[in-house]
Design a protein. Structure first.
Length: 312
């Protein structure tokens, strides 16, 4: 067994609860610049630091620890809860959660965080804000259909404002990509594929830096497009996708919808699946996975898209 220190960090808006294994030491720090600096000094000899994704509260501490040269993993909270249930740890508070996270890190080798550079973090913030505004626009459009009288004018004005803000963010995203020669080349490469637009390309560059570095099975699993078996004995259940990077998957769904209309390879693949009786959703997920496989091969080979590209 590896006896090097493994650290679990339970992150909240205000506090960082820390558990160290195998020593069993439990610590607590404020989730601010001073507390993060104290934590970084305390964990200088740690082999692995594991924390849950908590909607952004973990970003500053994860960035600081990776920048200090530590191996950091940010995992899906559902994985931690499933692990806790499987090991009989049903009680829950911040201290216990930190201990469970540390035990998870000891038992399972989670994916290690790669530190994005400053440009990547800025573009990621733009993408997050754009997703927020698009969600607000959908909500307001839905409200407009139900509203009567004078309030319709105000809702329309808000929708117009959201449209303008989304447009400004699109300009900023494009400008950000054009500032880096390496990113510009990758953007142009991805957008050579019929169906991939500027937002999908930006999201893939920022949120999926592993694109082109993994094989097709690993990249599909990372995004959450690898189907999992649900079989037991002679029963054969329907396969389904699970976990992964939801923001990438959402954009790929939209890109696949476009590609079915504009890309001859994806259109033929979709029509072939439908002719075999596959439901629309199943065919769409298969198209997303095929697109991701092709894009992965394009980036790895530094080759613009052609129908003959070898997606392995």
């Amino acid at each position: 067994m590896n006896n090097k220190p493994v650290v679990g960090v339970d992150v909240s808006k205000a506090m960082l609860d820390v558990a160290v294994l195998p020593s069993g030491e439990v610590l607590q720090f404020a989730n601010d610049a001073n507390g993060i600096e104290q934590l970084r000094g305390k964990l200088s000899t740690a082999d692995l630091v594991v924390m849950e994704a908590t909607g952004g509260y973990e970003t500053a501490v994860a960035t600081a620890l990776v920048g200090a040269g530590l191996r950091v993993a940010v995992v899906n909270p559902r994985q931690i809860r499933d692990f806790a249930k499987a090991t009989g740890r049903l009680a829950k508070n911040d201290r216990i959660d930190a201990q469970v996270i540390a035990a998870f890190g000891q038992a399972i080798e989670p994916e290690i965080v790669r530190l994005p550079d400053e440009d990547a973090r800025e573009l990621e913030a733009l993408l997050v804000r754009r997703r927020q505004l698009v969600a607000m626009r959908v909500q307001e459009v839905n409200r407009l259909g139900l509203m009567q009288g004078a309030m319709r004018k105000r809702i329309k004005a808000h929708i117009d404002w959201l449209e303008k803000e989304i447009g400004k963010l699109d300009v900023d995203l494009t400008a950000g990509l054009r500032n880096s020669p390496a990113w510009r080349a990758k953007d142009e490469l991805l957008r050579s594929f019929n169906g991939v637009g500027p937002i999908t390309s930006s999201t893939l560059i920022v949120a999926l830096p592993e694109l082109g570095e993994l094989d097709r099975r690993a990249i599909a699993a990372l995004v959450g497009l690898a189907p999992f078996n649900r079989d037991s004995g002679v029963m054969r259940g329907r396969r389904s996708i699970y976990g992964g990077r939801s923001q990438v998957r959402t954009l790929l769904y939209m890109a696949a919808t476009t590609a079915i209309r504009s890309n001859p390879v994806i259109r033929a693949f979709y029509e072939r699946l439908k002719s075999r009786g596959k439901p629309h959703k199943v065919a769409m997920v298969a198209c997303m996975r095929k697109m991701l496989t092709i894009l992965n091969a394009m980036v790895r080979q530094s080759t613009p898209w052609t129908p003959e590209i070898n997606p392995v």
